[in-house]
Design a protein around this ligand. Sequence first.
Ligand SMILES: Cc1ncc(COP(=O)(O)O)c(C=O)c1O
Length: 382
Amino acid sequence: MKTARAVQNLKPSYIREILASSQSDGVISFAGGLPATESFPLGLMQQAFTDLTQHSELFQYAQAQGYAPLLKQLRQSYEVFDSHDLLMTSGSQQGLDLIARCYLNPGDKVVVESPSYLGALQVFQLAEAELLTVPQLSDGPDLEKLQQLFETQSVKYFYLIADFHNPTGISYSLEVRRGIARLCQKFQVTIIEDAPYRELRFRGETLPLVSSFYPQGAIVLRSFSKIACPGMRLGLIEAPRDWIQQLIKVKQISDIHLNSVLQYVLLQLLTHPEFPGHLLTLRKLYRERHDLMLGQIHATMGDKVTVKPVSGGMFLWLTLNDVTGVDMMDLADKALKAGVAFVPGTVFTPQQNGLNANCRLNFSHSSEEDICTGIQRLNKIF
Ligand SMILES: Cc1ncc(COP(=O)(O)O)c(C=O)c1O
């Protein structure tokens, strides 16, 4: 059967393919954006799972917006503006999909950074949006270039990841956050702020969301994949009330509602007295793995590569200093054969070209031993 035009235009997902290949025995994978499996707070959820049998109402059809006691708790903990509302989604990925279905027409212009999160690029491409790119500097998107785009194109949305960007790991400075909000307000561009890594800061001070400087023109996506477990598929959209009303309609058509059972478990987890301790442990673990990977790269690869420390999240962004005659995609294939997987930078661009000197390395998922062995294997390939 012939697929829809938008599906025909979709490129095969390199990440899905490399994740599949990197699951073979003996391959150390720095490719996926996977949390540390051993860090999942299963113990803190045990009682909630046991109690489920007392709650038959959780197994009935429910409201599309989400499980009311959880929504109430999240309103409080995220200090949601009175003018705003929440919608529970199946991971922030579904949040992106709902936004595209509800608010994007084919040909609408969406600015994304180069590089940006592949899953978002694919959602916008499926909606047949026109993707425009703004380069990323060390403290966030290039504001001059962003302004030029806003001045010359009728841009509808700016999709951004201000905290521990995927794939580069960087966190925007306060000045850049303010600057983006100012420009978006001036040119009436809606901000889509994706914040799945925000709670994973292991160094420095938490900075305000970009959206907090222009809340009336912003949608925030949150995820519980990185602080609980991705397999639970729980995420959240926060936006002005009337926008959420429209999104609820689309969500209901899409899947009636998110499963209430795991929303109940999430509420018990988030309100568990030991949950703050879980977050501290997680941040400590990721800081140690980050420091180890960075140290190993510097020790083995020296000035062959440039890689900067990050203050949170899960990724390092590596640049090969001399790429004469190098094809990073080809290197990734060779690396896989040598037993280590990473994702080439090219994959994170809308046209899948450019960024040939770069690759993304995940440090959250591998053990200390695997980080050391994996970096040695990578060094031989580079
Ligand atoms: C920037 C970004 N947005 C969204 C997602 C999807 O997260 P979720 O598991 O909540 O769907 C990811 C996953 O890695 C991500 O990196």
